[in-house]
Design a protein around this ligand. Structure first.
Ligand code: ZN
Length: 235
């Protein structure tokens, strides 16, 4: 498996500014027990209709963190509709990206280091190679439709031996887990989904992982603006 990141050197030479946000974001949690107000960064489901989520949030004041009870009720309601293959975190984004762009649109474009977009022409080439990213059209300035956001689900877990190194504190009321980034990331091979070609690490959703085959195809295509780093897997 491989971690995938933007190519910082390439971006410095070919700047592209995207100022956009997803249509709807779940609020964070304010916990009365651990007294922390928190949300998880990096989780976005651009293919999920924000209307579904807004419906589940009806009656909850906007712009303010939820209580743990409100969050669990909303998350349960969303999962009932969209399925539990999409883990719901406080702060999860839904719906397409909307905004503006300025500069060069390369094969890969990054809203930030954890939100990958792909140019339609690159996407079409990848599809011809038999890889199917799940994507949603990013609603940026014209021409609309030439940039797609790649959806990646937090599905792969860190291996327990890696988590043992990470000091975790878990709040029993709000579920907050304060993981420390391990020195060396090791993935739990048993959690790697066979039907996803790009995914996030559950404990650190800002980290994106692709399968070796996906990495090989992207490298062979010589696409701009991505780098790959090998990551260990253990059973
Ligand atoms: Zn808490």
């Amino acid at each position: 498996m491989l971690l995938i990141h933007p190519d910082d050197a390439w971006e410095r030479l070919n700047p592209c500014e995207i100022n956009a946000r997803h249509i709807f974001s779940l609020p964070g949690i304010r916990c009365p027990k651990c007294r922390v107000t928190w949300a998880t960064t990096g989780v976005a489901y651009p293919t999920v209709s924000p209307d579904v989520v807004k419906h589940q949030c009806a009656g909850i004041p906007t712009g303010r963190p939820m209580s743990p009870e409100q969050f669990y009720a909303v998350a349960h309601g969303i999962s009932q509709v969209i399925g539990d293959q999409y883990p719901i975190y406080p702060g999860t984004d839904f719906g397409a990206l909307q905004g503006k762009r300025k500069g060069v649109i390369s094969d890969f474009v990054w809203l930030n280091p954890w939100t990958p977009l792909i140019h339609k022409s690159a996407f079409d080439q990848v599809v011809k190679k038999g890889l199917q990213f799940k994507t949603a059209t990013a609603l940026l300035d014209a021409p609309i439709g030439d940039v797609l956001e790649i959806e990646a689900i937090p599905s792969v877990a860190l291996h327990p031996k890696c988590l043992a190194i990470a000091k975790s504190e878990v709040c029993s009321t709000c579920g907050r887990k304060a993981y420390q980034m391990p020195d060396q990331i090791v993935l739990d091979g048993g959690t790697i989904p066979q039907d996803q070609i790009i995914m996030r690490i559950r404990e650190f959703p800002t980290l994106l992982v692709v399968s070796n085959i996906t990495g090989q195809v992207l490298t062979e295509m010589k696409f701009d603006n991505f780098t790959l780093t090998e990551v260990e897997t253990a059973e």
